[in-house]
Design a protein around this ligand. Structure first.
Ligand code: GUN
Length: 297
């Protein structure tokens, strides 16, 4: 069997087209959603991601502002900047790109963002709202994107056994919480595996849907999946490739060639989950703008 490819690129394009229309409608009502991205330091991958997010926002008609602090910036400087953005009526979404420089306490920074402008869904208030099943929560972009991919590719997780490999705050944990919700895209039976899971393959072979977010190439091979499984690969790993001009290529966490012989459907890397994360960031920004307007802010 050769798996169907779930193109995140195509699904993200469709979502962004829908958002373009929604943003135009809001503009005619006098509301321009605004997104601020904050980059501290000069990590090249983070700079690339933040640049892509800002370009995508601008393309959607969302007002976007990129704020850059040097890698030597102190915590107080970053907290002051966030306080200004919290108070700025033109800004509805605030995204602080992670990881932060070592001298800055990440949890303090995430706590400083107004939960109603927290388009990453990383503030503990939003984590709690997600855990308690609040349907209006701003949920983290990557797991939200995975849910959209499942629904729009005809792989509704309701009633299925979904195995999530990875327990990060950015992907694994919110992914499991979204899938558990009593809501469209939820109602799954969820198992979460991680680096201490004994016999990972025995668990992953029981998955109807397998979501992998570990950050290790080929951690999932074809012997570890059930025939007919749907596989979502969240990994983005750089591996050396002297054949490429830039010297590397990006691969996921799943052995794509092997697993696609067995799976019913699989996401590619690149062109899978990555474009969805950006589309959902735009969706969260538009939602935050509409809710802030409703709250009279
Ligand atoms: N770093 C890696 N992924 C993310 C993300 O989704 N949001 C932010 N802010 N930083 C990240």
């Amino acid at each position: 069997m050769s798996a169907k490819i779930i193109s995140g690129k195509d699904i993200a394009r469709a979502i962004r087209d829908e958002l373009n229309e929604r943003v135009a409608e809001l503009a005619s009502e006098g509301l321009t959603p605004g997104l601020a991205t904050v980059l501290a330091g000069d990590d090249p991958a983070s700079r690339l991601y933040v640049g892509m997010k800002n370009r995508a926002a601008a393309e959607a008609g969302i007002h976007s502002r990129q704020l850059t602090l040097p890698g030597s910036a102190g915590e107080a400087e970053l907290l002051d900047l966030i306080a200004d953005l919290n108070a700025d009526p033109a800004i509805h979404g605030i995204l602080v790109q992670l990881p932060l420089p070592r001298q800055i306490d990440e949890s303090k920074v995430l706590l400083a963002v107004d939960p109603d402008k927290d388009v990453d869904g990383f503030h503990p208030v939003n984590v709690g709202r997600l855990a308690t099943g609040d349907p209006d929560v701003l949920a983290p972009c990557t797991p939200r994107g995975v849910v959209e991919m499942l629904l729009r590719s005809g792989a509704d997780p309701s009633g299925k056994h979904v195995v999530v490999v990875g327990r990060s705050n950015i992907v694994g944990k919110p992914m499991a919480l979204l899938l558990l919700r009593r809501a469209p895209g939820g109602n799954a039976t969820v198992s979460v595996a991680h680096s201490r899971t004994a016999d990972l393959g025995a668990l992953t072979r029981t998955a109807d849907v397998l979501i992998v977010a570990v950050g290790r190439p080929k951690i999932i091979t074809k012997e570890m999946v059930k025939p007919g499984v749907t596989v979502i690969d969240v990994g983005t790993n750089r591996v050396d490739d002297p054949g490429r001009e830039r010297g590397y290529r990006v691969v996921g966490d799943v052995d794509f060639e092997g697993v696609s012989e067995v799976a019913a459907a699989i996401t590619p890397v690149p062109g899978g989950v990555g474009p969805m994360t950006i589309a959902m960031l735009l969706a969260n920004t538009v939602e935050a703008a509409v809710r802030l307007r409703r709250a009279g802010r």
